[in-house]
Design a protein around this ligand. Structure first.
Ligand SMILES: [Zn+2]
Length: 205
């Protein structure tokens, strides 16, 4: 989508890093919280995002990724956009059953030869191959497939998903908030990455 429409992908993590590096007022404030291991309050994050969305490369539009994550952030972002006279045209919700979402994280396998070779024991389209009864990378045949420790941290996954799937205050509540303000595109996330991007592009055109 980024390629097709030539829109910049705006990620909050990058915005934080940029503001801290440049030593902006908001960046300095954010750093104090990060250094204490605390979450940066929305009153700092939202203006930072707004500033970024008003930069020259965003004139034709933008794609905001990873924010808002809950209802309070959605409301703060909605109000800030209103004040700036900006509009969020589309919200993209990729619908995936919670149990499947968890399996997909836990099923990820890393190829020792190349981190960019996608392998997942629970996604048919990118299932590792089998050679001499052993699981090998489906791209290069390397027989060293490993797991990332945090992919197997069920408690952490459950905590993250607990926020995402919470329809009263979590990420899904944020989606509902935008239903009255933007067009919410619901995409079935069950098929592979390719099918999901195609379905999304079809809905946008
Ligand atoms: Zn490989």
């Amino acid at each position: 989508m980024q390629k097709k429409y030539g829109l910049p992908l705006i990620e909050t993590g990058v915005i934080f890093r940029d503001n801290i590096k440049k030593g902006t007022e908001l960046g300095n404030k954010a750093k104090e919280f990060i250094d204490r291991g605390e979450l940066v309050p929305d009153a700092i994050t939202v203006p930072m995002i707004l500033n970024r969305l008003q930069e020259a490369d965003c004139k034709k539009g933008w794609i905001l990724d990873g924010f808002p994550r809950n209802l309070a952030q959605a409301e703060a972002l909605g109000e800030a956009l209103d004040k700036a006279g900006m509009k969020l045209d589309y919200v993209i919700e990729i619908i995936l059953d919670r149990a499947i979402a968890k399996k997909r994280i836990m099923g990820r396998r890393l190829c020792a030869a190349d981190n960019n070779h996608p392998n997942n024991i629970y996604i048919d389209a990118i299932k590792p191959a089998v050679k001499d009864g052993k699981m090998v990378c489906r791209v290069c045949g390397c027989d060293k497939l490993t797991v990332r420790a945090d992919d197997q941290d069920e408690a952490a996954i459950d905590k993250r998903h607990g926020i995402y799937y919470d329809r009263s205050t979590g990420t899904l509540a944020a989606v509902d908030y935008f239903k009255n303000r933007s067009r919410v595109l619901e995409i079935d996330g069950a098929p592979g990455v390719k099918e999901v991007s195609q379905a999304l592009l079809a809905k946008l055109s």
